[in-house]
Ligand binder design. Structure first.
Ligand code: NI
Length: 178
């Protein structure tokens, strides 16, 4: 289909609670999913939520083969997840670096649950249910937050870790050398 413009933080559409998808296996839903996948791949994203391209519905896509934006992370199979529900399986949380196509150029450390079960449907209405940990769990929590109008900076507890990617990387490099 096509690569869409990604809305950026500050756009009120990103702050809305998205609507439940009432019907699966429609042409409109297939088109939305394809636009999300095309846009995510074009931007090297690990995930994308429908509100980020201006569609206020509970649809996210995520997945990662080899991603230059996240070179050290595990692979995640390409997934379309609609009307997702997240259940945490432990209270344990961990800080990890996140970025977002709606907050370009920036990174920050965000606390997320490390062990979750998520469920939902694909675009054809097939049920999906998975138990996941660590980076996979982080990506799903980040994407599903978009459906509730939440961007990762709102989840941060230490704003001193928030900064521009190039500067953060340079600072990390300098730390290693010293
Ligand atoms: Ni995001």
């Amino acid at each position: 289909m096509s690569v869409k413009k990604v809305l950026r933080m500050g756009d009120p559409v990103l702050m809305k609670i998205a609507d439940i998808v009432p019907v699966f296996n429609t042409a409109a839903l297939s088109m939305l999913v394809q636009d999300l996948l095309d846009t995510m791949v074009a931007q090297d994203g690990a995930g994308l939520a429908a509100p980020q391209i201006g569609i206020n519905q509970r649809v996210v896509v995520f997945g990662m083969a080899a991603n230059p934006r996240y070179p050290d992370e595990e692979k995640i199979s390409m997934t379309v997840l609609i009307n997702p529900v997240i259940e945490r399986l432990s209270d344990a949380m961990e800080y990890g670096w996140e970025g977002c196509l709606s907050v370009p150029g920036l990174r920050g450390e965000v606390p997320r649950y490390t062990h979750i079960r998520y469920s939902g449907f694909d675009q054809f209405g097939m049920k999906i249910e998975r138990e996941v940990k660590d980076f996979h769990a982080r990506v799903v929590q980040h994407e599903c937050d978009h459906l509730d109008g939440i961007l990762y900076p709102q989840r941060m507890t230490n704003m001193r870790t928030f900064g521009y990617e190039a500067e953060l990387e340079r600072a990390a490099g300098m730390e290693k050398k010293s």
